[in-house]
Ligand binder design. Structure first.
Ligand code: HPA
Length: 249
């Protein structure tokens, strides 16, 4: 089967309503089962696979997601391009709620997650190049698609991947800002690193749901799931337009 694009949905994105002729697959992999069923259908005349990273009912916290199985399953289905939708908090000025961004860098603050395919005895040790953690060519395609579709998108940024599932303290966000992070999310790693090990083209389309702790104009604002989901729903309006363009370019 050929898949023109695989999309992994994050918090608040549990389906791609625009898919037609949908087939539901439940693949298994050498690493176990993915987060949930993979829906394969058509969008803009192309074959698109969609997987909800946290499971369809958001049952998996970030550190329990089987990132290896998710990516291995998409690769085994014939996907080469993976677009990761990640719901994130914004840290720096241009990354406020309801903004879309396509980061070009990341810093990994996660711990204790299986972050490589080189775990099993006898597997080859891979030291993949990761200087540019997101595939530059796919990023360019995403940025061009957004431009052509007339959807505002911040075309750079550094994604800080935290462990979760709790949100960060103000001090943690202040440190991340000093480190150079523009965005904070809990699922960017090990996903990006595993995609590189698997030889997949991988880019992140970040959906900014809230100001990270202490980063917004109201430093004492409490982040609620309701606000996160409401902002994701607004920002998601632009995503199908970007996908359409990406698939027809
Ligand atoms: N921090 C980490 N992950 C997130 C946030 C946040 O503020 N918002 C949405 N995902």
């Amino acid at each position: 089967m050929r898949i023109d694009l695989a999309v992994i949905g994050g918090t608040g994105v549990y389906a791609l309503g625009e898919l037609t002729d949908v087939e539901t697959l439940q693949p298994d992999t050498a690493y176990g089962a993915p987060s949930g069923p993979i829906r394969v259908g058509r969008l803009a005349g192309q074959r698109v696979a969609f997987l909800a990273r946290h499971g369809e009912g958001h049952s998996l916290p970030p550190h329990k997601i089987n990132y290896r199985a998710n990516l291995a399953a998409l690769k085994a289905m014939g996907a080469q391009r993976v677009l990761a939708l990640n719901t994130v908090g914004g840290i720096s000025e241009h990354f406020g709620p309801r903004v879309l961004a396509c980061p070009d860098q990341l810093i990994d603050y996660t711990w204790g997650r299986i972050s490589t395919l080189c775990e099993e005895p006898g597997s080859d040790v891979l030291h993949v190049d990761f200087g540019d953690p997101y595939t530059p060519a796919l990023r360019r395609q995403v940025i061009a698609a957004a431009e052509h579709a007339g959807v505002a998108l911040v075309n750079a940024g550094c994604y800080g991947a935290t462990q979760g599932p709790r949100l960060e303290t103000k001090a943690e966000i202040a440190r991340m800002r000093r480190d150079g992070c523009d965005l904070v999310g809990m699922t960017g790693m090990p996903e990006a690193g595993l995609a590189r090990e698997l030889g997949l083209d991988y880019a992140c389309l970040a959906i900014i749901a809230n100001w990270a702790a202490g980063a917004g104009p109201d430093v004492d604002e409490v982040i609620t799931l309701d606000d996160v989901l409401a902002n994701v729903a607004v920002a998601m309006a632009g995503v199908p337009k970007i996908l359409q363009r990406l698939l027809t370019a």
